[in-house]
Structure formats: structure tokens, C-alpha cells
Write a protein that binds this ligand. Structure first.
Ligand SMILES: NC(=O)c1ccc[n+]([C@@H]2O[C@H](COP(=O)([O-])OP(=O)(O)OC[C@H]3O[C@@H](n4cnc5c(N)ncnc54)[C@H](OP(=O)(O)O)[C@@H]3O)[C@@H](O)[C@H]2O)c1
Length: 316
């Protein structure tokens, strides 16, 4: 039987790279759509993997790029809005357009990456727009085989969240922590990728939405303490009340590099944890954060450099 062809939107990113590696290893033919080929250059050496430049927000261009695919995986997501890229365009309009294009082109299978807590009534624009995207997909469940994943924060080599706090711990004398009691249930990027890849041809997952969360719930403060323990570096943590959390985020929004916004703080009003057990369908148990983060936080060693080199050369 001919291998299925999978088109991945957002395949160059943190989660996308883990998924594309697993797809290539599983023998699929993979098409990665990117705005700039350069962003996906770490994937071009993978077997049966093509990187195509495409503006996925242009209906016609996307239609052409998806032609002939059997499965579409949409991983596009942004944490901060900028000129020309709004939450609504990326999180709502794109999934809606994807359902139309998949139906037109007779592509039967669509997998969408949403976020834990996403819903129309969520406290932040980010989560509300992700919720609206889920609704657009749910409306097409009669015509397409759709699966939606809703992960908590995702950790792993190259993540933004754990690595950001590791850098802050290394450079600052103390940590001013917004929303110290906010709760998270972090999940390993490789576990997320395994679930996505295992779902593709499993009909039991069609029409379903899965929350993906790790084995342990942490408060934000406990998570930062865990990173400190891993780095063997102690810093005082000054937890900020709600008013100061929003004030700090307001000033961070003025920085050229987007670290934290008031919308991100609003997302933390909601505990980012799953009410259900890890889905049994995917044949794995989620991996503990403590067993993974030392591999990339304590890696300013030759071994770490070697691992990074191997990863970028896609040899595992
Ligand atoms: N990381 C987490 O902790 C986490 C937690 C929950 C949910 N998620 C969801 O998981 C998905 C993947 O997240 P990630 O952490 O892998 O994100 P990422 O590393 O930022 O990757 C996102 C990808 O989206 C593409 N993209 C971004 N803006 C775009 C735009 N305006 N037009 C076209 N493409 C655009 C980028 O591709 P190019 O630059 O190559 O075009 C990039 O590869 C997202 O939907 C995110 O909301 C992530």
C-alpha cells in the first residue's frame, strides 16, 4: 500500500518539529508548509520530507499546497498578536478555511492542535480564539474525520516556557513571579507528538477532542522551584498579587521582545490542568518533567552540543 501523504502547517515550530520527525520515522510522506524555508531547514534531511514555502493565510495558496494530501495537521498558533497576525486570523479563520479546503479537495482527515482551557467563555483572547477555532472544526465533523488535541504547557528541548525561566534564574538575583498560584500540568513534547501520530489512522479518535496533560500538577511557583532545583541555583521568588501581575505584564508588553502579556496573565486565571485521566487510546503514559528537563537545562556541555548537532542533522 502506498504511504499516506501528510501536510503539516506549523511543522517548523517546537511541537511541529517533534511531530514531523515521528511522521518521517513512521514512513509517511511529509509536506511541511512554512513562511520561510530557512525556518524549516532542520527538517529537509528527513526521509520523504519536503519543505514548501506557502502563505497559509492565503486561501488560494493553501488550496494549491494541500492538493493531493491524505491528511492535514494544523499546528499554527501564536501567543502574542502583532500587526497582520491576529488571534482570530490564526486560531479561528484558518481552521475554518481548512475545513472548507479539505472538503473541496476530498482530504478526509484533519488534526488540529488547540490548547487546554480553550473555549468561547475563557478569560483570555488567546483561549477564546482557540475555542472559536474548535467550534469551526466541530461544525465540520459530519464531513471530515477531525481530531482536536488540547495540551497543557509543553516542555522539551527547545521549549519557550521552561527555557525562558531557566535563563531568568541564571541571570536575575530574584524572580518577580506573576500569578504564583496558577496551576499547570506540563506535558512532554515527545508525548504530544506520539499522540498526534498514533491518532492519524485510528478511527476511534475521529470526531474526538483530547486533553493532553502530564502526570503532575504544579503551581507556577512550584514549577519555577523545580527549574531552580534542576539548575542547582537558588533565587528568592517574590510572588505578585493580581494587580502587580497585570502591571508587570503591561510593562513587558512595551519591550521589543514579547515575553509576557496581560492576555497571557488572563489565561492563567484558569487552572491549566485536565479533569480527565490521560487518554488510553495512544498507548503511552505521560513522562515526568523531572526526568526530561535536566537533559536540556544542564546541557552547556560538549554532550549537549553534540546532541543538538545530531538533532539539527536529524540523526537519532
Ligand atoms: N508550546 C506550548 O507550550 C503549547 C501549549 C499548548 C498548545 N500549544 C499549541 O501547539 C501549537 C504549536 O505550538 P509551538 O509551541 O510549536 O509553536 P511555535 O514553535 O511558535 O510554532 C508555530 C508555527 O506556526 C507557524 N506560524 C506562526 N505564525 C504564523 C503566521 N502568521 N503565518 C503562518 N505560519 C505561522 C510558524 O511556522 P513558520 O515560521 O515556519 O511559517 C511556526 O512553525 C500551537 O497551535 C500552540 O497554540 C502549544
Amino acid at each position: 500500500m502506498q504511504a499516506k501523504e501528510i501536510c503539516v502547517l506549523g511543522g517548523s515550530g517546537f511541537v511541529g518539529s517533534a511531530i514531523v520527525n515521528k511522521l518521517a520515522a513512521a514512513g509517511y510522506i511529509v509536506r511541511v508548509l512554512t513562511r520561510r524555508r530557512e525556518s524549516a531547514k532542520h527538517l529537509i534531511l528527513l526521509p520523504n520530507t519536503k519543505v514548501l514555502e506557502c502563505n497559509v493565510l492565503d486561501y488560494k495558496a493553501l488550496n494549491n499546497a494541500l492538493r493531493g494530501a491524505d491528511i492535514v495537521i494544523n499546528l499554527l498558533g501564536i501567543l502574542h498578536q502583532t500587526k497582520g497576525q491576529s488571534f482570530s486570523t490564526i486560531h479561528q479563520q484558518l481552521p475554518s478555511q481548512l475545513t472548507k479546503i479539505c472538503a473541496d479537495l476530498h482530504i478526509p482527515r484533519l488534526v488540529q492542535m488547540s490548547s487546554l482551557g480553550a473555549s468561547r467563555n475563557a478569560p483570555s483572547q488567546y483561549l477564546r480564539s482557540k475555542g472559536a477555532g474548535e467550534e469551526a472544526l466541530n461544525a465540520a465533523r459530519d464531513v471530515l474525520n477531525i481530531t482536536i488535541f488540547k495540551p497543557s504547557i509543553i516542555f522539551g528541548r527547545g521549549d519557550k516556557f521552561i527555557n525562558l525561566f531557566a535563563s531568568l534564574i541564571k541571570t536575575l538575583p530574584f524572580i518577580l513571579l506573576a500569578k504564583p498560584n496558577a496551576k499547570f500540568q506540563p506535558i512532554w513534547v515527545e508525548d504530544v507528538a506520539t499522540c498526534v501520530v498514533n491518532s492519524l489512522e485510528k478511527s476511534a479518535t475521529f470526531g474526538k477532542t483530547y486533553e493532553l496533560a502530564g502526570p503532575k500538577v504544579y503551581t507556577f511557583k512550584a514549577l519555577v522551584q523545580t527549574i531552580m532545583q534542576t539548575l542547582k541555583t537558588k533565587r528568592p521568588i517574590i510572588g505578585l498579587g493580581d494587580g502587580l501581575s497585570y502591571a508587570q505584564a503591561f510593562f513587558m508588553e512595551l519591550l521589543p521582545v514579547k515575553l509576557m502579556s496581560r492576555d497571557n496573565i488572563r489565561s492563567m486565571e484558569l487552572d491549566n490542568m485536565s479533569a480527565s485521566a490521560f487518554p488510553a487510546e495512544f498507548g503511552i503514559l505521560p513522562t515526568a518533567l523531572e526526568s526530561v528537563i535536566p537533559q536540556y537545562l544542564i546541557n552547556d556541555t560538549q554532550r549537549g552540543d553534540y546532541d543538538r548537532y545530531r538533532q539539527s542533522a536529524a540523526r537519532f
